[in-house]
Design a protein around this ligand. Sequence first.
Ligand code: C2E
Ligand code: MG
Ligand code: MG
Ligand code: MG
Length: 291
Amino acid sequence: ALPPPHGFSVQCYSETLEAQQRHRLHVQQALRGATERGEMSLAFQPKLRLVDQRITGAEALLRWHHPELGQISPGMFIPLAEASGDIFAIGEWVLEEAMRTIADWRQQGVLGDNFHIAVNVAARQLARKDFAEGLLCQLAARRIPARFLAIEVTESGLMSDMQNARQQLAQLTQANIAVAIDDFGTGHSSLAYIKTLPFSTLKIDRAFVMDLEECDVDRQLARTITQLAHSVGCNVVAEGIETAPQAMYLRRIGCETAQGYYFSRPLPANEFTHWCDNWHPHLPSTTTETV
Ligand code: C2E
Ligand code: MG
Ligand code: MG
Ligand code: MG
């Protein structure tokens, strides 16, 4: 077939680009006040210790359902919220909701003593001088021991004030809050973080997990990242595990904790507790390992 005339393809391209920009603008406007209107909720994805597949915690992931726009993924709206500054109000809401859930689950006896809820925190939130203090006050007001909460530092842009971020995170780790560097090895989550930020956990990005079975380079990278984390005294979590062989390979290289659709998708709070009640370890033992 002949390629489309030049003018035609350019016009199509600019139309889709324009539509995309219109959609982004629409989303950005809809985002303001979304928490107050009750459009946001949290989903919880279990984290499991690979040696015995015991549930050690859950990551809280933001869900947004807009009455007209429908379900919008955080991968799309979080960067917009970071750019507009709405991330501060949204981040506050996420922390409050996570703490409310911790209190609930402790009361119901769902939350064992070694269980935590991890909340994603954008780099921009850490730029605030009173972030850690505010968070610790909220915990104290609710009488929640700090160890029940964990933080995952995510970011879509460059961290502008590493020194302040370091101070904020140091305050949190001193209070016994586990700090993870999220999506390690991709985008802006770089080696400079390891050098500067106080953290206890490194999260291997899904990008290194998804092709473990086919790709020897990815296996070496996952192994090297795990060794790197251990060499600086940190734990490793792998995200995005979708198959048993992936989980088994990560277990073999010493990665402590696993998370992914293979175990469970992120679930609403009530479904999560139900899932925990019915959870039985099912990962095959090492003798049948294939990767
Ligand atoms: P993240 O923190 O790296 O979270 C992991 C993402 O991978 C989640 O996407 C999760 O649903 C997805 N995931 C988990 N297991 C699997 C799997 O086995 N396969 C595949 N394909 N995906 C899996 P989600 O919920 O769409 O969140 C995307 C990103 O948005 C998060 O990446 C995080 O950076 C950001 N985000 C989510 N909630 C919040 C929040 O409350 N605050 C901030 N600042 N960022 C958030
Ligand atoms: Mg995360
Ligand atoms: Mg991640
Ligand atoms: Mg990720």
